[in-house]
Each structure stands twice: as C-alpha cells, then as structure tokens.
Design a protein around this ligand. Sequence first.
Ligand code: FE2
Ligand code: FE2
Length: 320
Amino acid sequence: MTTPRELQEHFDRTIEREQRIEPRDWMPDGYRKTLIRQIAQHAHSEIIGMQPEGKWITRAPSLRRKAILLAKVQDEAGHGLYLYSAAETLGADRGELTEMLLDGRQKYSSIFNYPTLSYADVGVIGWLVDGAAICNQVPLCRSSYGPYARAMIRICKEESFHQRQGYELLLTMMRGTPEQREAVQDAVNRWWWPSLMMFGPPDSESRHTARSMAWKIKRHTNDELRQRFVDMTVPQAEALGVTLPDPELRWNPERGHYDFGEPDWDEFRRVIAGDGPCNAERIAVRRAAHEEGAWVREAAVSYAAKQAERAGRGGAGVAA
Ligand SMILES: [Fe+2]
Ligand SMILES: [Fe+2]
C-alpha cells in the first residue's frame, strides 16, 4: 500500500526532476485547486477576449482584414476550448466553471474590460495584448501539469501569428494618412498601461506567486515578465514610430533593462473588482451567448445518449 507520505514524496520528486504531472497521478489538493483556478481564468479570458475585437468583424476595412480578424477571433475560441478541456482533466465541470464566471466567482483578464474605439485598436490589441499574452504563456509551455503545458505549446504558436498580424496592421496604418497615424497613437495611449497590468499585481502583493513557482506551475514572477515585455516592446514601438505614454521610460545601462513608470494599481483593482468600463457588458454578452446556446448543448447530450443506446444494442444500426 502506498502511504500519503509516499504519494507526496513521489509528487515532489516528479516536480523536482522537471517531469510532468499527469491527470491520473496523485497530486496535493492545493495544486489541483490552484491549477483549476488558473486554467479556468485563462479559458474565460480567451472566450471573453473574443468580444472587444469580434465587434469589428463586420466593420473591417477590407476583405483581407476581415479574413484575418475572423481567423484570429476563431483561434481565441479554440484556445478557450483547449483550456476548458485541460481543466476537465483535473475533475472540474465545464458548466460549473461557466456559472462561476457568470456570477463573478471566477475572474478573467482585466484587459478585456476596456473598449475598442477604432480599427487601430485591433492592431494594438494584436501587438500589445497578444504580445503580453505570449510573454506570460511561453514559460507555461514548461508548466509542471502535462495537459496545461501541451495546450500552451499549441496556443503560443497561434498567439505569435496574432501578434504579427497586429503589428503588420499598425505598420500599414503608420504608412497611411495623418489621421491613421493619429488613430494608432491614440490606441497605443489607451492600451499601454492596461497591457502592463496583464501581468498581475506587483510581486510584493501577489498572493499566489511563491506557491505556484514552487510547484513549477509558474516559472517567473509578475514583475519579471512585465520587465521582459517592456524590454521586448520598446524597440518595436521605435520601429513603428509611436510613442509609449510613459515619461519615465528609459534605458538603464546598469540594469541592462528599461526603467518604466508604475501602472495605476487602483485602476487595476477597480477593474478586477468589476468596475471597469466594459465589465457589465462583457458578462451580459457572455450570459446571453450561453443562454442562446443551451439548445446546442441539449442536442449534443441527447445525441450522445442515442449513440450510447445504439452501442448498447450491439452497435446495430451504427455500422450502416
Ligand atoms: Fe489566445
Ligand atoms: Fe491571441
């Protein structure tokens, strides 16, 4: 018989050796709960994240832009589905996770509570928001939980396309009219600080970071990832010809990194608590989609039951 202590030791050794924990392996309750919370929050963000850009699909300026945007928004739906499936391998129920999103018990990324005011926002979201997502998610490809790590590998490949399409859209606009250049700068001004907030609160205030790092769910702290994002983005902003709205932003040769200003953490806390510009709208749209989609779920369940019934009769009728 395996004792609880042996199970724990086996788990600790697996983590220590950089091997993966798989769904059937024993794992501590806290590890399972932390993962469910993180993966669900991530899945919700992918699905809610379809809204700010999705509303521009019908107003895309050309067929090419429409095709690109459609594909991108559809990718995000796919990311949500992989991630809900990964959460299910931990014993979570997808319907329950959706309920928890709708009644506010689970969160999604604060970034999707800001409005998209022009088509330049589509470019800036691709460049900055998907760019920040990549910084956050690439290390998760080495996360200790197997299904999550494998989902992230596929997701990250698509995220890099998302970032490039955004940057390419902005390059095109910057070569356009003065109004187009202004629209890009305006979008950058609005999205820069919320993008920095995507990495979560400062390390000094982050409740979960230490535990998640010990479990190798997370590989870097919020502040490390934020710094990496700033270092990566500043040269891209220069190449694009836009100004990042931070007077404190400058290269620090001693640190070998860019110094930058402090995001408005009060705003961050307000948006997380539900009081951002679009929180109510995002949840209302999600709730309506969930209710309008009830018939699809019912049809799928009844189809599965019929198939099971046929299989129970020895497969008669299925072979035809
Ligand atoms: Fe995504
Ligand atoms: Fe994306």
